[in-house]
Design a protein around this ligand. Structure first.
Ligand code: GLY
Length: 322
């Protein structure tokens, strides 16, 4: 929605004092649609197999939360992906620490931060959500919780990621490189046959980060946010910048106010870029979906794409930069 249109809507609402702001926004919610548009799965980057696994599971009737986690697991298991799960790049001291969160259609959420020796951290985030009275577990606590549920203990540093880290240590430059800046976080949003929306986000975070550093990915509202009445959004890229603008929550709230997913993603990127002088030298990208299955996406820089599974087709969409 253009600013002027939004202002007009607000003025319009003000002209009818019997409509409270809450009712106004409730009335403006995206109307539920017929169920045959679904399922849909979208995910960040060109994680074709991950999105296909989720999409096909949804086709078979899996619920959106389980499908999103199943999709994320494809990248968590992939040793060739140095930004998620097994084979993820370590921190500057050589420890691979993973972050993940999930959120379901009932506004339940769970997250794990800086977990070592566990591959399936999106699933562990769901276990935090479903099996504990808490929302977030970190570090050793999250790892002990995983052991209590019989998650296998896995050394996450592969031969290749160790070699890359050792090479990095020689110069120890801490300069993220756009798109291959170790930021290929998987964020996945699924709408199941019932029209319910859930999401998952999983990452090893910024390569060679300071020990203990956490980005946006496991922070509900920053890396991921779902509101089943409206839609969902997920982020990838420089987590610090996403956290500063609470990017995913911002996008969903803008959609609640009538922005399309595309307009909402544009505005979320604009908020980041507008506080910089010129186009910043880091990447942030968002994908979003509304309750009707409309999709939007925007990145700061070229090179970002997302997968979209719908009508049994799994398509990679290139995103125009800001
Ligand atoms: N977006 C992933 C991170 O910054 O850790």
């Amino acid at each position: 929605m253009k600013r002027r249109t939004f202002l007009n809507s607000t003025i319009f609402a003000g002209a009818f004092p019997l409509i409270t702001p809450k009712q106004f926004f409730t009335n403006s919610l995206i109307k539920p649609t017929s169920k045959n548009k679904f399922p849909i799965s979208i995910c960040t980057w060109n994680f074709k197999e991950a999105n296909e696994v989720a999409g096909k599971a949804l086709e078979k009737g899996m619920d959106s939360l389980n499908a999103a986690i199943l999709g994320a697991q494809v990248e968590e298991d992939n040793p060739a992906n140095s930004t998620v799960g097994f084979g993820g790049a370590p921190d500057r001291e050589g420890n691979v620490t993973l972050d993940a969160c999930v959120m379901d259609h009932k506004k339940n959420c769970g997250a794990v931060l800086a977990v070592e020796n566990v591959v399936h951290v999106a699933s562990l985030a769901r276990d935090v959500m479903e099996k504990t009275p808490h929302v977030i577990l970190t570090g050793k606590g999250a790892e002990s919780f995983a052991r209590s549920l019989n998650y296998p203990s896995t050394v996450l540093l592969t031969k290749e990621s160790k070699k890359a880290w050792e090479k990095w240590k020689k110069e120890a430059a801490y300069e993220p490189i756009i798109n291959i800046e170790n930021h290929d976080t998987i964020g996945i949003l699924c709408i199941d046959k019932q029209g319910n929306l859930s999401g998952a986000c999983s990452t090893s975070g910024l390569a060679y980060k300071m020990k203990g550093r956490i980005g946006d990915s496991p922070i509900i509202g920053a890396g991921l946010f779902i509101d089943n009445e409206v839609g969902g959004a997920v982020a990838t890229g420089m987590g610090e910048e996403v956290v500063k603008t609470v990017g995913s929550f911002l996008i969903v709230e803008l959609m609640r106010q009538g922005y399309t997913p595309q307009q909402a993603c544009d505005e979320a990127i604009r908020r980041i870029v507008s506080k910089e002088e010129g186009i910043p030298n880091f990447q942030v990208a968002y994908i979003a979906i509304d309750k009707n299955g409309n999709v939007g996406s925007r990145s700061i820089h070229d090179g970002f794409s997302y997968m979209e599974y719908r009508d049994q087709k799994n398509i990679n969409n290139l995103v125009n930069p800001y």
